[in-house]
Design a binder for this molecule. Structure first.
Ligand SMILES: Nc1ncnc2c1ncn2[C@@H]1O[C@H](COP(=O)(O)OP(=O)(O)OP(=O)(O)O)[C@@H](O)[C@H]1O
Length: 212
């Protein structure tokens, strides 16, 4: 069996004196998709931001490839793709400029590759339109274009189905599955009824974790 990419051991997080989760332990293995579930306000975004290294207000341990994540922070950040629940798109920039900016400091990618990724998310012909003139779903698709050029083994995706139409949802589901088949690992929060073969679940809000 392969080594976990990411392990959480006894995570606990409190916000405004409200305990969101405690004794939360799980392992994220290569080749898996895990859905973080729970009603509104139970801490799904908080958990993803903790896992992505964007929130340090927790106790417990996080291991990256078997070592404390704090010792391997650079390797962890280089190998992790986080998409937050807001698209994180700059409205005055075009899709091509946004994607270029999102890739900056990560990997050198040609404009041809970026344009192909945008076309792959249904944005052919919109590459040079300021994002403020795009619909909510189209803006989300600009952010999602990163998934088509991402080589990071761990994806942390928060509510990426928001504002996406039925065809787009199917395409994202296929991408997540493909990523796992290629040996990557995906953690996703969504209120969409995502059902993928072999999908693992982390249930917040008083439920139990259930590995199928
Ligand atoms: N910036 C903040 N400061 C203080 N408390 C916050 C902040 N953001 C969120 N919270 C609180 O943390 C709790 C968890 O929020 P979080 O966004 O992680 O939940 P969620 O499960 O992702 O919810 P949703 O399904 O609505 O997206 C909520 O009770 C919320 O009130």
């Amino acid at each position: 069996m392969s080594e976990p990419l990411l392990q959480a051991v006894n995570l606990e997080c409190e916000r405004d004196t409200r305990l969101l989760f405690h004794n939360l332990s799980f392992s994220i293995l290569p080749g898996t998709v895990t859905r973080v579930e729970g009603p509104n306000g139970t801490g799904k975004t908080t958990l993803l931001r903790i896992l992505a290294g964007l929130n340090d207000a927790f106790s417990g341990d996080l291991l990256w490839c078997g070592e404390p994540r704090s010792h391997l922070r650079e390797s962890f950040l280089r190998n992790t793709l986080y998409l937050g629940h807001r698209p994180g798109i700059k409205p005055l920039l075009t899709p091509l400029e946004n994607l270029r900016a999102l890739m900056a400091g990560r990997r050198r990618v040609t404009d041809d590759t970026l344009s192909q990724a945008l076309a792959g998310t249904g944005l052919a012909g919109f590459e040079h339109v300021p994002c403020r003139n795009l619909s909510a779903g189209q803006q989300r698709r600009v952010a999602l274009a990163r998934l088509l050029i991402a080589d990071e083994p761990l994806w942390l995706l928060d509510e990426v189905f928001t504002a996406i139409d039925a065809g787009g949802v199917k395409a994202i589901e296929a991408l997540l599955q493909q990523r796992a088949q290629e040996g990557g690992a995906v953690l996703v929060t969504t209120h969409h009824d995502l059902q993928l073969p072999g999908m693992q679940r982390i249930i917040l809000g008083g439920g139990e974790r259930d590995d199928n």
